[in-house]
Design a protein around this ligand. Structure first.
Ligand code: FES
Ligand code: FES
Length: 173
């Protein structure tokens, strides 16, 4: 057992555990977070995705010891109900989730993708999201939501944008 300290969603945390323990287990079992989900446990579905030092990683396959001293961001830290991340907002506007089990992975991955490539093309979005799984088959809705999130982000950056623009529920023009 080793004491491992890292930053979780902007706050310092300390966990005493076997450093080989998957980060996902620590987040869910020790730190009581329920956003990163256990899907495959083999880094193949993406349901467990978090950001480690800004990069999306499959937390089921990241050993606790490797995150010592690093910032970890989960879906909880991406946005709040009062100020959701544009991808979270777009997910609601496009009514994407069915069972919702996969949502964490898609949103965390898409948020990192759009941060790094705000003007990502359709093919870059598809490529960036490849490897994530949705057993409910919401993939087309997810693509719509990512494009919607792009538009929300660009509107927010526009010099004459008003905060209420982000609250519009109509389809993007
Ligand atoms: S549970 Fe981690 S990738 Fe599937
Ligand atoms: S919404 Fe059910 S697995 Fe994706």
């Amino acid at each position: 057992m080793t004491r491992v300290e890292f930053n979780l969603d902007g706050r310092p945390v300390s966990v005493t555990a076997d450093p080989a323990t998957p980060l996902l287990y620590v987040l869910r079992n020790d730190l009581k977070l329920n956003n990163p989900h256990f899907g495959c446990g083999l880094a193949q579905c993406g349901a467990c995705t978090v950001h480690l030092a800004g990069a999306p990683v499959r937390s089921c396959s990241v050993p606790l010891g490797s995150v010592a001293g690093q910032p970890v961001t989960t879906l909880r830290g991406l946005g709040t109900p009062e100020k959701p991340h544009p991808v979270q907002q777009a997910y609601v506007l496009e009514q994407v989730p069915q069972c919702g089990y996969c949502v964490n992975g898609w949103i965390m991955t898409a948020a990192a993708l759009l941060r790094d490539k705000p003007h990502a093309s359709e093919s870059e979005i598809r490529e960036g999201l490849a490897g994530l799984k949705c057993r409910c088959g919401t993939h087309l809705s997810i693509l719509r939501a990512v494009r919607r999130a792009q538009e929300l982000m660009h509107r927010a950056e526009a010099p004459d944008s008003a905060p209420e623009a982000l609250a519009q529920t109509g389809k993007p023009t």
